[in-house]
Design a protein. Structure first.
Length: 268
């Protein structure tokens, strides 16, 4: 029996931005393999469809939904489709995020606002739409994917990412404590150096080559190698399961120990 058997998991950001396994795609598939019915939500319909097709191809239940997390009406419709199809929402998994490069001087206000609207606004809008259902059930788990950059300098000049992901941490704590006595838990995962399609699109430009990026990011990790999307997915399933029923308001680094050290960081 799976660790989330009989649960319904609503995963925002369940698609992949390129070939391979994103954190959200791996989480959606892992929830399914552990017994949950999964609603895979992504801004790009084809990306949501791909994840749902993988899940159904393995014999599990999945629904694909296209929704933009900056649009509350779209988020609310995704939640309603989930309830209409599966009757409830047990797990809300927020995996949406972008990195806008630049410090305050060279970061245009539009990109600053976009970072906040997506990285932090997604947590607000999805919680706003899902919490009434969880409160009615008097049960539910919220998993927010933050970043090690929310608590550590990562070496990259992405001021808005640091700030918005730090806010996600405290937003998670606020959710956890406000609703703890109503059967709802909330925790955040702080991925460290993870090898996903996103880094090849949004981080690789900070290095002279892709190979240099991979080598440098591997060196940042005490284990000598970046983690994978599956490392984040397995942590999420544990936190969403009854095995973690007394874990609430935690911001958990999943980083191979990187946050514990004083090593060198960032591109050279």
């Amino acid at each position: 029996m799976g660790r989330v058997e009989g649960k319904v998991a609503l995963v925002f950001g369940a698609g992949s931005s390129g070939p391979g396994w994103s954190n959200g795609k791996a989480a959606a598939v892992t929830y399914a393999r552990e017994g949950a019915a999964v609603v895979a939500v992504d801004r790009v319909a084809d990306a949501a469809d791909e994840t749902a097709a993988i899940i159904r191809g393995e014999g599990y239940q999945a629904l694909a939904v296209a929704a933009d997390v900056t649009d509350f009406a779209a988020v609310a419709r995704a939640v309603e489709q989930t309830v209409e199809t599966f009757g409830r929402v047990d797990i809300l998994h927020n995996n949406v995020g972008i990195t806008e490069m630049g410090g305050p001087i060279d970061l245009e206000e539009e990109r600053w606002q976009r970072s906040l609207d997506i990285n932090l606004g997604s947590v607000y809008r999805t919680a706003k739409a899902v919490l009434p259902h969880m409160l009615k059930q008097r049960s539910g788990v919220i998993i927010n994917i933050s970043s090690l950059a929310s608590i550590r300098w990562a070496g990259y000049p992405y001021f808005a990412y640091y700030a918005s992901k730090a806010a996600v941490n405290q937003a998670t704590v606020a959710l956890a404590l406000q609703y703890a006595d109503q059967g709802i838990r909330a925790n955040a995962i702080l991925p460290g150096m993870i090898d996903t399609p996103l880094i090849y699109q949004q981080i690789s430009g900070q290095y002279k080559s892709v190979d240099e990026m991979v080598e440098a990011r591997n060196r940042m990790v005490p284990t000598g190698k970046m983690g994978t999307a599956w490392d984040i997915a397995h942590a999420a399933v544990f936190l969403a399961s009854d095995q973690a029923s007394f874990i609430n308001g935690v911001c958990l680094p999943v980083d191979g120990g990187q946050s514990c050290g004083l090593g060198s960081f960032g591109p050279k």
